[in-house]
Write a new protein. Structure first.
Length: 382
């Protein structure tokens, strides 16, 4: 399980996440986030509409998030153990390709701030650590769905309300005195987050320019990177006039690109006529399942959606490096996102045309060749 988890996370970051993560919501059906609380229901929050003259954004430092990040670290496998498993069981050629194309992914293990925080956490009373690592409820905090709900609440709910909702976290916070750690590392953490603050408006602009979006972004973008955590890909949620984008360690900002693309294209993707085009290829889902490729996404709609978002992200991030582009495409095809190559080729044509992405999308969906995709799946899985 540890190997699979780490390998998945590397792929999540490299491939812009989404093999097990990504957007928890669509405009067709809003999924209910898991609630590990023993007490209160979800709190309704009022949010003010931001100015629309320019993109508003923030990268907040938040005590709730810091506290649960500490818990994630304490309940995760050691870095050395994760790397050892990966070295022993993964293919050498694949490892070398990861290191060649994405060397920064491995810097998390030597990040000075993360090391200092881990050292301080290891000074916590052994009985407290033993308690949280042995409690089955706390162990579930390291599953993606639980993390998704916790991080969403952590950034949106005031500290007192958050701790009252999650009694187990409150108990840990008090016993481990994480408040003092939060204050101790505030300046260092702000410096780390400053890297994301600097890049965020540029990333948003790149996506909007690529999709040729004319209307201004009316939502405030709130980006919540948890650079302490290697076991989290990315996801987004929406509030009133706000978009929240969450990610784990993301040195290439690929998760940020990916999740913002989701927010921009999903209203187009789920438009009635486009949705009908998607359903026409439904029979391919059976072949995906027969070959055990639906580990992350188990509906045809989600596979098409993720294939599309990944493809746009790849063209934005890697179009100037054909070798790297092919590497990430192959990785996604293996994970079940079988339309990535088709969409990438179509997007090359889109880039040459004077047309909005919104108007080009039906062509991309209508030209999916079912027989060709079947042949490729069969050939790849021989």
């Amino acid at each position: 399980m540890k190997l699979k988890l780490f390998s998945t996370i590397l792929i999540l970051i490299i491939m812009l996440s989404s093999c097990i993560s990504c957007s928890p919501q669509t405009i067709i059906k809003e999924e209910k986030k898991p609630d590990v609380s023993l007490k209160t229901p979800q709190i309704e929050r009022k949010e003010e509409k931001p100015e629309v003259s320019s993109i508003k954004f923030s990268v907040p430092y938040n005590e709730n998030l810091f506290t649960i990040s500490c818990m994630f670290l304490l309940t995760s496998p050691d870095d050395e153990e994760i790397l050892s498993d990966w070295e022993q069981e993964s293919d050498k050629e694949e490892r070398e390709e990861y290191k060649k194309f994405f060397p920064k992914l491995f810097e998390i293990f030597n990040n000075p701030l993360r090391k200092k925080i881990k050292e301080d956490l290891n000074k916590i009373e052994p009985k407290i650590i033993e308690k949280i690592t042995s409690d089955p409820t706390l162990r579930t905090f390291n599953t993606f769905d639980i993390k998704m709900g916790l991080m969403d609440d952590a950034i949106k709910i005031p500290k007192d309300e958050f701790l009252n909702k999650y009694e187990l976290i409150k108990e840990f916070c008090e016993e481990a005195n994480t408040h003092n750690l939060y204050l101790k590392y505030e300046d260092d953490y702000e410096k780390e987050l400053g890297k994301y603050k600097k890049i965020l408006p540029e990333v948003i602009k790149r996506v909007r320019d690529y999709l040729r979006l004319e209307e201004p972004e009316e939502n405030e973008i709130i980006y919540v990177p948890n650079f302490l955590d290697i076991n989290l890909g990315g996801f987004y949620s929406k509030g009133l006039y706000k978009i929240y984008i969450f990610s784990g360690y993301d040195p290439y900002y690929t998760v940020l690109v990916h999740e913002y693309i989701h927010t921009a294209i999903e209203p187009l993707f789920f438009a009635y006529e486009n949705y009908k085009l998607i359903k026409k290829n439904q029979e391919l889902m059976e072949l995906v399942r027969d070959n055990g490729m639906d580990r992350a996404y188990n509906t045809w709609t989600s596979i098409v959606n993720e294939s599309l978002v990944q493809s746009i992200a790849f063209r934005i991030n890697f179009s100037d490096d054909e070798e790297k582009l092919n590497f990430v495409i192959k990785g996604n095809e293996k994970s079940g996102l079988i339309l990535v190559r088709h969409f990438c080729k179509n997007l090359e044509e889109y880039e040459k045309k004077d047309i909005k992405f919104e108007d080009f999308l039906p062509e991309m969906l209508s030209t999916i060749d079912v027989e060709k995709e079947k042949e490729e799946i069969i050939e790849d899985n021989k």
